[in-house]
Design a protein around this ligand. Structure first.
Ligand code: SF4
Length: 380
C-alpha cells in the first residue's frame, strides 16, 4: 500500500479516538468514557469468541506456572504445531522447575534437539535454577524481567496467563491485530509499534481475564488475523476493525522498513567411512552442545556437492552446500583437526541418539537413507 495511504489511515477517527493516552480512571472526560466503552466492547467480543473456540493445547488443558513458562520458551520463534510434541516429551521427562535445574545440559539439549534456537535451553536452565534458589517465584512482570531469559513480552505472558496478573501480553499476533484494528502505522521498528500500541492493549484489559485476552489475541492471529491472507469474513472483530471497514489490505499492517538481510555461504562435509560418520561438536554460542556436519576448512578441497541446506536465522540467510569427501577422507580429517574443529566418529546406530541442529539432523537422515537405497543396486 502506498505510504501516503497508510499515513492517511493513521489519522482516521478510529485511530485518533482509541489512541489518545488518557490517564487511567479519569472519568471526567466524556470522550474517554466513549473510548473505554468501545475498547471494552471489543474485549468482550474477543473473549466471547475465545470462550467458544479456544484452541485445545496441552499447556492450557493442565495449567501450571511451570507449563506456562515452558510453553512460552518453546513458542519463541516456533510454531505451535511444531512445539506441541516437544512440550509433551519434555514435560514427561522434566515435570517441574527443579528437574530442569538439576539436569545436565546434554540431557536438556537432547530433548530439545530439532526445535532450534538452542540458546533457549541454557536460558531455561538458568531460569529454573534461579526460581529454585528463591523462596518463591516472582509474582509481577517487573520481577519476572529480573530473571535470566525473560524479556518484557515473556514477563507479561507468564504473569498474566500463569498467575492471573492484570496485563495483556502482546506478541507478534497481538501487535498485528491491534495495528489492524486501529489502522496505526507505519512504524520505524517493532519496539516503536509496541510503545504506540501498548495504551490500546491496556484499554482492552478486563480485570481477571487478561491472561485469556492475551491467549485470545494469539488464537485470533493464528486463525483469522494471519499475517498473510487473513480471514476477515469470519473474524469476530470485523465490525471493530478500521482496516476492514475501509477495505484496505490487512497485509499492509503493520508496516515496517524492509529488513536488510545478509547471505553467508558455509560449505559442509559428509565424511563417511564403512563404519560411521564424522561430525563436529559445535562451538558456536548458539549451538553449543549440538553436533553438526563439519565445516570445510578454508583452502581444503573436497568432492562434489551432495545437497544444499538453506536456513534463515535472524537476518542472515545461510547456504550450506554439503560436499562428499571423494578420495580425500584422511586429508580432510587432518585439515579439520588443524582447523581446530572437534570432529568425532559415530556409528550409524548412535546417530539418532545425538543432539543435532534440526536442518543437519534432517540432512544426515536423508543422506543415510539415500546411501541405503543406492546400496541395494550395487553388486554384493
Ligand atoms: S477484520 Fe481482518 S484485519 Fe481486522 S482484525 Fe479481523 S482478521 Fe484482522
Amino acid at each position: 500500500m502506498p505510504t501516503n495511504q497508510t499515513s492517511t489511515l493513521s489519522k482516521t477517527i478510529f485511530y485518533e479516538k482509541l489512541f489518545r493516552q488518557y490517564p487511567k480512571n479519569d472519568s471526567q472526560s466524556r470522550g474517554m468514557a466513549a473510548d473505554r466503552k468501545c475498547l471494552n466492547g471489543t474485549a468482550i467480543l474477543l473473549l466471547e469468541w475465545y470462550d467458544r473456540t479456544a484452541r485445545v493445547l496441552p499447556w492450557r488443558e493442565r495449567r501450571s506456572l511451570y507449563g506456562t513458562v515452558l510453553s512460552e520458551f518453546m513458542l519463541r520463534q516456533t510454531r505451535v504445531a511444531t512445539a506441541v510434541p516437544y512440550y509433551l516429551r519434555w514435560l514427561a521427562r522434566f515435570p517441574d522447575f527443579r528437574s530442569v535445574a538439576e539436569a545436565s545440559e546434554a540431557e536438556l539439549f537432547y530433548l530439545w534437539s530439532g526445535l532450534g534456537y538452542y540458546e533457549r535451553v541454557r536460558q531455561l536452565k538458568r531460569l529454573c535454577e534461579a526460581i529454585c534458589a528463591a523462596k518463591s517465584p516472582p509474582t509481577s512482570p517487573e520481577e519476572w524481567q529480573k530473571l535470566p531469559g525473560i524479556g518484557p513480552y515473556c514477563a507479561d505472558a507468564i504473569a498474566s496467563i500463569g498467575q492471573g496478573y492484570d496485563v495483556i501480553a502482546l506478541d507478534a499476533n497481538g501487535l498485528r491485530i491491534l495495528c489492524r484494528l486501529s489502522g496505526a502505522g507505519p512504524f520505524l521498528s517493532r519496539s516503536a509499534a509496541e510503545r504506540a500500541l501498548r495504551p490500546l492493549a491496556d484499554g482492552l484489559a478486563i480485570p481477571g481475564r487478561c491472561g485469556a485476552l492475551g491467549e485470545a489475541l494469539m488464537d485470533l492471529g493464528n486463525g483469522h488475523c494471519r499475517a498473510r491472507r487473513p480471514d476477515c469474513g469470519a473474524c469476530p472483530l470485523r465490525s471493530r476493525c478500521a482496516v476492514a471497514r475501509m477495505a484496505l489490505a490487512p497485509e499492509d499492517f503493520p508496516k515496517f522498513p524492509a529488513a536488510k538481510t545478509h547471505r553467508q555461504e558455509r560449505p559442509r562435509l559428509w565424511l563417511r567411512d564403512g563404519e560411521g560418520l564424522w561430525l563436529a561438536a559445535s562451538d558456536g554460542r548458539r549451538l553449543t552442545g549440538l553436533y553438526e556436519l563439519p565445516t570445510l576448512p578454508a583452502g581444503a578441497e573436497a568432492g562434489p556437492v551432495l545437497c544444499t541446506l538453506r536456513r534463515r536465522i535472524a537476518s542472515t540467510d545461510y547456504v550450506e552446500p554439503v560436499h562428499g569427501a571423494g578420495h580425500r577422507l584422511k586429508e580432510l580429517l587432518a585439515a579439520l583437526r588443524s582447523d581446530g574443529q572437534d570432529v568425532r566418529h559415530f556409528p550409524p546406530a548412535q546417530l539418532s541418539q545425538l543432539p543435532t541442529s534440526g536442518p543437519h539432523g534432517r540432512c544426515i537422515g536423508a543422506l543415510l537413507a539415500r546411501e541405503s537405497r543406492l546400496s541395494n543396486f550395487l553388486p554384493q
